[in-house]
Design a protein around this ligand. Structure first.
Ligand SMILES: Nc1ncnc2c1ncn2[C@@H]1O[C@H](COP(=O)(O)OP(=O)(O)OP(=O)(O)O)[C@@H](O)[C@H]1O
Ligand SMILES: [Mg+2]
Length: 392
């Protein structure tokens, strides 16, 4: 202790002429004895910036250790590093929470330099501190705002993902509803025919009921396949398979036979070569055919044309496969040519049309089957030209 007191006096004497400079400093200046073990170093000198900031007077700090400034929230790891580095004779720098005399907290950043006397002995620690509470508050506030901002952005992103999912779902439901219209009206026609059935001959009636029920079930099966097909419609990389074009067209014609019959449309298929295949999804190709038939029927009905033909020609050469579909229903309105007809939501049918039929058709032919589609008014009606890559 005596040794420490002697050191204290020695240091004080040596720094006497520096005191006026220390007193002017805005930083806290603290000089302590160099003891590191318990009870720790003692204050030798504190400047008035320090006493003002901490509430302790120089007088009451006499014989005390700077450890009285530490408390519950002081960072133990920083204090352990301090001890370690000073023991190794190094310069220390760090920051942590300290406590004023009244118990209030402040953030302090400080550095400590070991001071040696002429004979090379460690005589004291010289420590410069400053209050960084404001900076830490700003930092904490910035961090808080940043976290809020990140949270908001994540929430917003999730909302956008959700919205785009909803949009895709909406589109999907629109497509399914569109493709359900024809099989639904066929099922309706078939159900009607059951109601009107004469029940005179029990044997005939039983057969009719069985047949018609079977055909209604076919429509229902087709509708349920449609849900499945269009659920996958927007997925890329679906595995394609080859199918016989004319075979699929015939399946559709069989399916919508009651409709073709009701609207008295004479459908002709001309197969220029046998067994022409296409690569894609047969069910989607069927949906394409349904869309054409539906539009042809609408055009004939709207325009009250009696002579109703719909001709489908399938051909191929070395490189490509061709499908031509022509009607005599008055042609496509001029303002929809050459491409507008294929845009989504373009319709001349008011409430009766959603304008997605030809858009779905183009998507299936061009995106899903790598083909092309265009339309021209030829003769008394429209002719659609489809080309598909040749499947060998
Ligand atoms: N064969 C055709 N003859 C005359 N006009 C046609 C023919 N096919 C299509 N159109 C015209 O093209 C428009 C767009 O056809 P699209 O099938 O895309 O929509 P829509 O039939 O009006 O409605 P929906 O979405 O219910 O099919 C039609 O409104 C019609 O004016
Ligand atoms: Mg249509």
């Amino acid at each position: 202790m005596e040794n420490s007191e002697a050191k204290r006096i020695d240091v004080l004497e040596h720094m006497e002429h520096l005191k006026p400079i220390f007193e002017q400093s805005y930083n806290f200046i603290v000089i302590t004895t160099p003891e590191l073990e318990e009870p720790g170093p003692e204050f030798i000198y504190v400047n008035s910036a320090f006493t003002k900031a901490t509430g302790y007077s120089a007088e009451e700090l006499k014989g005390k250790t700077p450890r009285i400034l530490q408390g519950e929230k002081s960072d133990r790891s920083v204090l352990d590093r301090l001890k370690k580095e000073l023991k190794e004779g190094k310069f220390f720098q760090g920051h942590t929470i300290n406590y004023r005399k009244d118990g209030s907290e402040y953030w302090v950043e400080w550095n400590i330099s070991p001071i040696y006397n002429k004979s090379g002995e460690l005589s004291c620690y010289f420590c410069v501190q400053h209050d960084i509470t404001k900076q830490m508050d700003i930092q904490k506030e910035t961090q808080r705002l940043l976290e809020i901002e990140i949270k908001n952005r994540i929430a917003q992103e999730q909302m956008l993902i959700q919205q785009s999912k909803m949009a895709i779902m909406g589109e999907m439901i629109g497509v399914i509803a569109h493709q359900w219209q024809q099989p639904l009206s066929v099922a309706n026609l078939l159900a009607d025919s059951l109601i009107e059935l004469e029940l005179d001959d029990a044997n005939i009636a039983k057969k009719e009921i069985d047949d018609t029920s079977h055909r209604i079930m076919e429509q229902v099966k087709f509708m349920s396949d449609t849900i499945y097909d269009f659920k996958n419609f927007f997925k890329v990389d679906r595995k394609k398979s080859p199918f016989l074009i004319v075979e699929e067209i015939e399946k559709v014609l069989k399916l919508v036979k009651p409709l073709i019959y009701k609207f008295k449309i004479d459908v002709k298929i001309e197969e220029k070569k046998r067994n022409i295949y296409a690569l894609g999804h047969a069910n989607e190709f069927k949906q394409v055919m349904i869309n054409f038939i539906s539009n042809v029927k609408d055009a004939y009905e709207e325009r009250g044309i009696k002579d109703r033909v719909f001709k489908i020609v399938v051909d191929s050469d070395e490189k490509q496969t061709y499908i031509e579909l022509s009607d005599k229903a008055g042609g496509i309105p001029q303002n929809l040519l050459p491409q507008k007809i294929f845009e989504a939501y373009v319709s001349t049918k008011g409430d009766k049309g959603s304008g997605i039929g030809m858009n779905i058709t183009k998507t299936i032919i061009e995106n899903n089957m790598n083909g092309t589609i265009c339309v021209k008014n030829i003769g008394e009606g429209a002719t659609f030209f489809i080309t598909l890559p040749k499947f060998k």
